[in-house]
Design a protein around this ligand. Structure first.
Ligand code: GLC
Length: 437
């Protein structure tokens, strides 16, 4: 039975293409979920030890969460398997594990962009929606966990880009957080005109060639009024707005607003430089808030920075929606324990504790308006709005190919090998091919 289940999966994988949303509008295949062989969802049974697979825990609270579970559930111990820091490397290991049908990974921490691929290939199992309080989550996060309207994961954390800025330096020149790229540049010029600030860098995001570049490119395009894909899931990158967004990154590197060094930044490299006091502005996820405010000597900017919405071409910009969802591998035993552990990790108590410990964006909506939490993290209401307005990356089975094409286009323009217009024209053609049904 399992065998025919798998061969269906392989057939599906072979023909798998395109957009889940669009495929709901024609394109991606709906997985013929079974497990019972009769179309019924596979039973989530089995109690005992499991593993939790996650990217490198740069915030340092994951083991505490797992310890809390293990204390309450000594016969269903969870062991963390930590993968690399970069999203692309994490995906690669999880895909390899699934392709060999290994039972080593039980609960998978999936980036929001991987749901379509893992669901269409039946590497993760559908989850019983009614068992999770999904109506208490931010709707945008729940949407990322679905494929063909079925739930395959539960949102554990969300993510939205924020503009971190050195409040002490902005105050010293009487500046407020900028809402446009031009204002941001002007403020940098004023700050850097002071001899003691000469060596500072103005602005950086994540521009190494990996998923972070796709995020930052998309934000630049969105923040200039463009879109990588339209509502119908069709690519729309060959537009003047998209070119203006990419031009901001290209010009920034040329005129030094963005340091050359930022082309080697993933999240952690940039965080280290922000914490060393080298950056005036930094596009980064919420997790940096707690770490950069640490008073143990690891951050030179504790208490000296604040956060604001991302700036854009002619007013506030739009963030890319990030975040991580917990899913259950189709190949691992003890699925009942996995379901219960996901409930524990995504429940209110752990989400609150995790926010307090790490400043990561929760998926549960009410925490953003909780007075005690807002006092500690004043940016929460703004972050909620930013997540609600954030733009999704394409929900496609071939997401990695789409993302690689985006990274290549952004890279070639940012390194001066192609004009933004040429890079975007050829990206449009590539994306059309990748998303054609
Ligand atoms: C963060 C986001 C994730 C994104 C990644 C890119 O981890 O939560 O969605 O893909 O950054 O580096």
């Amino acid at each position: 039975m399992r065998k025919s289940f798998r061969s269906t999966a392989f057939r599906l994988a072979a023909i798998a293409t395109v957009f889940a949303t669009a495929a709901a509008c024609g394109g991606d295949p709906a997985p013929t979920q079974g497990g019972g062989g009769n179309g019924a969802p596979a039973a989530l049974e089995g109690v005992g030890p499991i593993t939790l697979v996650s990217g490198k825990d740069t915030s340092g609270n994951l083991q505490n969460q797992v310890d809390a579970w293990n204390k309450q559930n000594p016969d269903q111990k969870v062991t963390i398997i930590e993968l690399p820091e970069s999203a692309d490397a994490q995906r690669q290991q999880m895909v390899q594990n699934a392709q060999t049908q290994s039972d080593a990974y039980s609960v998978l921490t999936l980036d929001v962009i991987w749901t379509a691929e893992f669901a269409a290939n039946q590497w993760v199992v559908p989850l019983p929606e009614a068992e999770f309080p999904l109506d208490t989550f931010l709707p945008a996060t729940v949407e990322t966990a679905k494929y063909f309207n079925k739930l395959y994961a539960v949102p554990a954390t969300s993510d939205g880009g924020l503009l971190y800025y050195r409040k002490d330096l902005l105050d010293s020149v009487g500046a407020k957080a900028p809402t446009t790229w031009a204002e941001m540049k002007e403020t940098c010029e004023k700050i850097k005109a002071k001899p003691e600030n000469k060596a500072l860098n103005c602005f950086a995001g994540q521009y190494e060639k990996y998923e972070g570049l796709t995020v930052n490119f998309s934000e630049a395009v969105n923040s200039a009024g463009g879109a990588v894909v339209g509502e119908d899931g069709k690519p729309t990158v060959n537009t003047p707005e998209a070119a203006q967004g990419l031009q901001f990154l290209v010009d920034g590197l040329k005129d030094g607003t963005i340091p050359e060094k930022a082309r080697t930044y993933k999240e952690e490299e940039g965080r280290r430089d922000f914490q060393a006091g080298q950056l005036i502005f930094h596009r980064q996820w919420p997790y940096q808030y707690a770490l950069a405010n640490a008073t143990d000597g690891s951050s030179k900017v504790a208490g000296k920075f604040d956060v604001a919405p991302l700036p854009g071409a002619s007013g506030p910009g739009a963030s890319t929606l990030g975040g991580h969802n917990l899913a259950i591998s189709a190949f691992a035993p003890n699925k009942k324990t996995s379901v219960d552990f996901i409930k524990f990790m995504t429940g209110e108590e752990q989400q609150r504790a995790n926010l307090e410990a790490t400043s990561k964006a929760p998926s549960m909506a009410s925490l953003y308006d909780d007075p005690a939490l807002v006092e500690k993290f004043p940016y929460l209401p703004g972050l909620k709005a930013s997540i609600e307005n954030a733009k999704k990356r394409p929900s496609v089975v071939k997401y990695q190919e789409v993302s690689t094409a985006i990274q290549e286009a952004a890279y070639s323009a940012m390194s001066g090998q192609a004009t933004p217009q040429d890079a975007l024209a050829s990206l449009q053609t590539k994306l059309e091919q990748l998303t054609a049904s």
